[in-house]
Ligand binder design. Sequence first.
Ligand SMILES: [Zn+2]
Length: 353
Amino acid sequence: MRFSDIIGQERAKAFLTQVMAREKIPHAYLFTGIPGIGKASTARALTAALNCMNPEADDSCGVCATCRKIRTENFPDFVKLAPEGQFIKIDQIRELNRALSFAPNEGGYRVCFVERSESLTDEAANSFLKTLEEPPPGNILILSATEPLDLLPTIVSRCQRVPFRPLTPEEIEQYLMEREEVERDSAVVLARVCRGSLGEALRMKDSGFLEARQEWLHELMALVKVPPEKALPYALQLAEGLKPLGAQGGDRARGGLQDLLETWANWYRDLLVLKTGGPESIIVNVDFSQKLKKSAKSFSIKNLIHSVQIITQAGQDLSRNRNPGLVLEHVILALRRLCEWRGDPDRILERNH
Ligand SMILES: [Zn+2]
């Protein structure tokens, strides 16, 4: 893994290469940003650059024995710590503290990468403070977190902050086509639905999301034409359709439904963009642009805003562990009722509460 393999993140890379040139390299960093944008890969690239046997100007060579070990995840001096279950617990930190007290195996730098450090329990965080302040020689600590506000200030203040930004659709599109051999049409869609996270785009690519998305959008478009008295059976039938996803456990049904809700929310947001004359370049469902334009005519702006709100609420219900089937039924019935009403949707919503 080389810095040049990481897409985007020019500022983070420039900062780290500049830091490496210093006589005394700072020993604690906090990488911040959403998941799936290269924080762990950059930690590996830094490990390679610090330990490479034939380093080039600002980067590792990518081919020496050390670089190969890092790429195949066999390098003993790259240590990754991740939550066990929901939290990183004090026992994990105690074990890490012990491991760091021995000199690095390969005689260079040992890099310890703490994934989702917001999941450190207070107890674990406190027992990590001293190590973070002054780790044994040869150790570099990298904490990663989505949002620094979720960490104890005493942790944040001991680290050099390195912000990572969401990737642009163009960066993700190019990566998917060049390195994953994804066809252009699919790459364009994945790059827009993944909210700037390459990790999310790759997950969607490998989970059959694109095929499911086509179905979900057709089902949503068909909903307008379902007669009111058939709305409930239609909702039940769609909820039933989620069951195969749930066969391997409730979490998969939940994940599938989150993707469905996000897909539908994007649809209504796209309609809002068209309806309000916003820039077409920010439309997510580019492959449905003709259908979107046609569909936009039959909704009012207020109606579209309410539709997005209904779906957002459903997403929150789902993360509070509500039954996925019931959540979906509720969304479908609520959206169907909005279709009936071309005037002021407030009156419909009031009637339903
Ligand atoms: Zn090398």
